[in-house]
Design a protein around this ligand. Structure first.
Ligand code: AHR
Length: 503
């Protein structure tokens, strides 16, 4: 049986775990908004048309920030189309997803929905087909109290208090040739810097995210970050990272090691940002907003789902509705471990997306809502990871993956809250054929006891929760856990994700 040893010491911390690490993303894409969070004719719909059953799951998931309204959608979006009386709002073509946008839900409705979820709005401005003025307009609408055309328009629309939006994305994936208004790093860096300066002139308290690469596989990755930050270093707080992973050609071993790629991606962007900071002789540090990450079977979108017919611009089509398996959830749990391991520099992140579209929560129109497998590691990590991420010492057996070479069989991270004494440990076993026993030295924590354990595993690693079988996959307590004299032992099933809470 493969073995691993882990040592925790609360004196050695990586950084404070920012709640914003547990953000998500709602894009006007497919059925994320319409027939997802919003369905006025559903039996659970509230007075604003939002599904209560979905709201309950969003609360249970424990999402902190929610990025909105895109994604690729935002690069063609006219935000003012989606405010004011609903019957006066125009329907528009959404070129990003070849759909029709009714504009029935916009900024005001979404902000109202966020109040019900208890999450924070992270708003993306359109720097694809628009620019500085439109970014200023939407900021005036959200953050100015009253007495100007747009703040008074918000009040007239029934929202007397400003929204006080802090987190703003300066466009979306502007390095991607698919993006409306795609431009070179130099051109984007200039417009992003101008927009950032103008936004801060209006509200100096905003926190700004400049677009990094849309994946580490982009040919411009690295040089894009460098050039964009040369233009914007003193103007912004974050640079974004986006990464999606999928199992390709049956190579489960490489897929299970996706977090190795995420670790490397984060460390490369941090190194690039710091090198620009050094060149500019700046004392400031740029942090990472990993504002799109997940498992996404993107090849399915390109080969099956994509709509191109000029006669067909459907409203809320079924797009990117990936159904997630146990192995997908183990990878998602491992990606969360990677984010926590870099908590000093990754201080914001968004699981893409929230409902129906590559999402932990699924719905049927007029029907049920249910948790995908990926729901579980996210909800538990969000609930248990408090305090600081610890710099753990891990020794593990290894295996050779086709894509990443030799990788460790077990990956792990821990968090510790000095105030409450609560500690949480998150682990994955990437072995496909054997359980792994992990011995964890918890002696530096003082006397501790096990409060809860959760393991996600299944004899069928491709088992899923579906509309027909909504609770096929669930978390189970890990009955193998023992603790004695400062040493905790646990056996992790093959292809599994586990969380342990200690007090
Ligand atoms: O999340 C789906 C899409 O992936 C987003 O719209 C885009 O930003 C990314 O390419």
């Amino acid at each position: 049986m493969p073995q691993a040893q882990l040592t925790l010491d609360p004196h050695f911390t990586v950084g404070v775990v920012n709640r914003r690490l547990f953000g998500s993303f709602v894009e006007h894409l497919g059925r994320c908004v319409y027939d997802g969070i919003y369905e006025p004719t559903h039996s659970t719909a509230d007075a604003q048309g939002f599904r209560e059953d979905v709201l309950e799951l969003v609360r249970e998931l424990g999402v902190s920030t929610i990025r909105y309204p895109g994604g690729n959608f935002v690069s063609g979006f006219r935000w003012e189309d989606a405010i004011g009386p609903k019957d006066e709002r125009p329907a528009r073509l959404d070129l990003a997803w070849h759909s029709t946008e009714s504009n029935e839900v916009g900024l005001d409705e979404f902000a109202g929905w966020l109040d019900k979820t208890g999450s924070e709005l992270m708003y993306a401005v359109n720097l694809g087909t628009r620019g500085v003025q439109e970014a200023l307009d939407v900021l005036e609408y959200t953050n100015i109290r009253s007495g100007t055309r747009l703040s008074d328009a918000r009040i007239a629309n029934g929202h007397p208090e400003p929204y006080g939006v802090k987190m703003w994305c300066l466009g979306n994936e502007m390095d991607g040739p698919w993006q409306l208004g795609h431009r070179s790093a130099d051109d984007y860096g200039k417009i992003a810097s101008q927009t950032a300066k103008a936004m801060r002139q209006l509200d100096p308290s905003v926190e700004l995210v400049v677009c990094g690469s849309s994946s580490a596989q982009m040919l411009t990755f690295g040089s894009w970050e460098h050039t964009v930050l040369e233009h914007t270093y003193e103007d912004v707080d974050f640079i974004s990272c986006h990464a999606y992973y999928e199992e390709l050609d049956g190579d489960t071993g490489s897929f299970l090691a996706s977090a190795v790629n995420m670790d490397h991606f984060i460390e490369s962007v941090v190194a690039t940002a710091d090198s620009v900071g050094a060149e500019l002789k700046s004392k400031k540090k740029i942090n990472i907003s990993f504002d799109e990450w997940n498992v996404w079977y993107i090849s399915r979108y390109h080969n099956v789902d994509k709509i191109t017919d000029l006669e067909s611009w459907p409203v809320a089509p079924r797009l990117l509705e990936d159904s997630y398996s146990v192995v997908d959830a183990v990878v998602v749990g491992n990606l969360l471990i990677s984010l926590l391991k870099h908590a000093d520099r990754v201080t914001s992140a968004s699981l893409a997306q929230l409902v129906n579209v590559i999402a932990p929560i699924m719905t049927e129109p007029g029907g049920a809502t249910w948790r995908q497998t990926t729901f579980f590691p996210f909800a538990v990590t969000s609930r248990l990871a408090v305090g600081s991420a610890l710099e753990v010492k891990l020794e593990s057996d290894t295996y050779v993956s086709a894509t990443y070479g030799e990788v460790s069989t077990v990956d792990a991270v821990a968090t510790h809250d000095a105030e409450t004494g609560k500690t949480a440990i998150f682990l994955v076993n990437r072995s496909q054929d054997a359980p792994t026993t992990v011995t964890i030295d918890v002696s530096h924590l003082g006397p501790v006891s096990i409060v809860e354990t959760h393991t996600l595993a299944d004899d069928d690693i491709y088992a899923k929760n579906t509309v027909a079988d909504q609770e096929r996959v669930a978390l189970h307590p890990n009955e193998t856990t023992t603790i004695s004299e400062g040493s905790l032992t646990i056996t992790l099933p093959a292809v599994s994700w586990t969380a342990i809470a200690l007090a």
